[in-house]
Ligand binder design. Structure first.
Ligand code: GYE
Length: 358
């Protein structure tokens, strides 16, 4: 399949498939597993509350210094999204906003991150914000934070843990992001009357992270439902270097493919570099990515990337607002999903002006 075949009718199609691109957030209800029902990705339902979930800890300035000390257990520095996320915390959690920040970088190591959270507990921070590298083995650590009387917020990546172990989750709905991208590819191929088999190269993020699981699930459900073949599936660990490396090893196999479904922009950059190094034109392929870094959005404007499932990294102020509400005794939602949509040729020129990062 040639990308250049796929031009007519795009605007109408994309207009249909675009969902909520405005700035802000929507609340969804929590389930006992922490895994939301995403059968309708655009739906939002009534929020359940921290109190209803049996979690009673609220943020407080315990040491009387007039600030809430937030320990942030961050994933690492693997991607442009991550850098923007870290910057948004460092910029927001400062004294003039009523906070102090203690920053712990797990360097993408799930075991180290559990130790990071334990260190934050023993340092006596007044609240912990955990962006979990992967989603397993957290219950004992969350219980320790709770026993120490330290409220804990999960941000960015979700955890399937009982609701009485954390105050709130704030971040993306990864499955819904994936579903939007899958639907976009489906509509795009149908609109173009593509009859060739759809052969997908799937570059996965960090295995066991909710970002990988949600986006991968969307494809693993969407591919058989649409008669697509996933011809290659490999983790690129959300980094450009690894994305390039795994794409290169796929290209060496000489198999047919016409779609790349890459679970973040950094791996997409790497995959595109690999295509070019093999003398292939990225514009001949449907390239789907996630996040929405400025350079990636520019590549949509240029026609190299076809669609991006948006994911908002600028969580610092939004989490800060929730902390302030909870500290003031207000009821906050158990789960709040960032507002996210799609970026394609119909809106990329607008989006590029406000996109995060470089
Ligand atoms: O998509 C990727 C980053 O957890 C949503 O992590 C985040 C993901 C993001 O490394 O670029």
């Amino acid at each position: 399949m040639k990308h250049r075949m796929i031009v007519a009718g795009l605007a109408g199609l994309a207009a249909l498939s675009l969902v909520g691109c405005s700035v802000g957030s929507e609340v969804d209800d929590a389930t006992s597993t922490g895994v939301p029902d995403t059968s309708d990705p655009s739906a939002s339902t009534d929020a359940s509350t921290g109190t209803d979930s049996g979690y009673t800890l609220t943020p407080k300035d315990l040491d009387g210094d007039g600030l809430i000390t937030v320990g942030f257990a961050q994933v690492g520095a693997e991607s442009g999204w991550r850098t923007a996320n870290t910057d948004s915390y460092k910029e927001y959690f400062v004294e003039e906003n009523g906070f102090k920040l203690v920053f712990a970088d797990a360097n993408q190591d799930a075991d180290k991150q559990k130790q990071d959270v334990r260190d934050l507990i023993s340092q006596g921070v007044e609240l912990i914000d955990l962006a979990p590298v992967t989603d397993s083995g957290w219950e004992p650590v969350l219980q320790e934070a709770k026993d120490a009387g330290i409220p804990l917020i999960i941000s960015d990546r979700q955890l399937s843990v009982p609701e009485d172990l954390y105050l709130t989750y704030f971040g993306g709905d990864m499955r819904a992001e994936g579903d939007r991208v899958v639907d976009w590819i489906k509509s795009y191929a149908a609109d173009q009357g593509i009859t060739d088999p759809i052969n997908v190269v799937h570059l996965q993020g960090t295995m066991g992270s909710s970002a990988q699981k949600g986006r991968s699930e969307a494809l693993s459900v969407g591919a058989p439902a649409n008669d697509w073949n996933v011809v290659y599936e490999q983790t690129g660990e959300f980094t450009q270097a690894k994305g390039q490396e795994v794409m290169e090893s796929f290209l060496q196999q000489g198999k047919d493919f016409n779609v790349i479904y890459s679970e973040n922009d950094d791996m997409t950059y790497g995959a595109i570099d690999a295509l070019v190094a093999h003398g292939l034109d990225p514009k001949d392929y449907i390239i789907a990515s996630f996040d929405g870094n400025k350079s990636a959005v520019q590549m949509v404007v240029d026609g190299t990337i076809d669609v991006i499932g948006e994911c908002d990294p600028l969580l610092g102020p939004q989490v800060g607002e929730l902390i302030k509400q909870a500290a003031a005794g207000e009821t906050i939602a158990k789960i709040t999903y960032s507002t996210e949509g799609l970026i394609d040729s119909t809106n990329a020129a607008d989006k590029v002006t406000t996109a995060f990062g470089s």
